[in-house]
Design a protein around this ligand. Structure first.
Ligand SMILES: [Zn+2]
Length: 149
């Protein structure tokens, strides 16, 4: 669609509106161009106004978060740790970044792969801590250090 000219969708929409108008209103042949002009200029002004009212937020899709990394909207690089990247390269906190790009608070700051590794490491650490505190008695029951002491 060229700037200032109606696209195919606008032409079809305009034709339907003019057709509907003519069905219920008596318009002489000399008035017809004026009706068409009003309808099309109104549609054109509405279609041109809509796309310009865009937010700075890009369209966020699953492609933004892949195994290779999360796309940084500031510079376009793919990184594993977005939080560290935006802090070091763009001087932004995760909260500032999400607000700036209109992202949900759930928008990930690490890749799913790295998140899974971190989760596994955290679970292992918890299990190790628990196993240090828990002991099995001769019957095989779990007893805490305090109860056993
Ligand atoms: Zn960046």
């Amino acid at each position: 669609m060229r700037e200032g000219r109606p696209g195919d969708d606008d032409l079809r929409r305009g034709a339907r509106i003019v057709e509907a108008y003519l069905r219920y209103n008596h318009v002489s042949i000399s008035e017809l161009p004026r009706v068409v002009e009003i309808v099309y200029s109104t549609i054109a002004s509405l279609s041109l106004a809509t796309p310009k009212a865009k937010s700075p937020r890009p369209s966020v899709s699953l492609k933004d978060v892949t195994r290779e990394g999360i796309a940084c909207f500031e510079c376009g690089r793919r990184v594993q740790l977005l939080k560290r990247h935006i802090r070091d390269h763009h001087n932004l906190t995760a909260e500032e970044y999400r607000r700036r790009w209109g992202l949900s608070v759930l928008y990930p700051m690490v890749t799913p792969q790295l998140s899974a590794v971190r989760s596994a490491v955290a679970k292992k650490a918890i299990l190790e801590r628990l196993s240090d505190d828990l002991h099995l008695n001769s019957e095989g029951d779990i007893v805490t250090e305090k109860a056993g002491a």
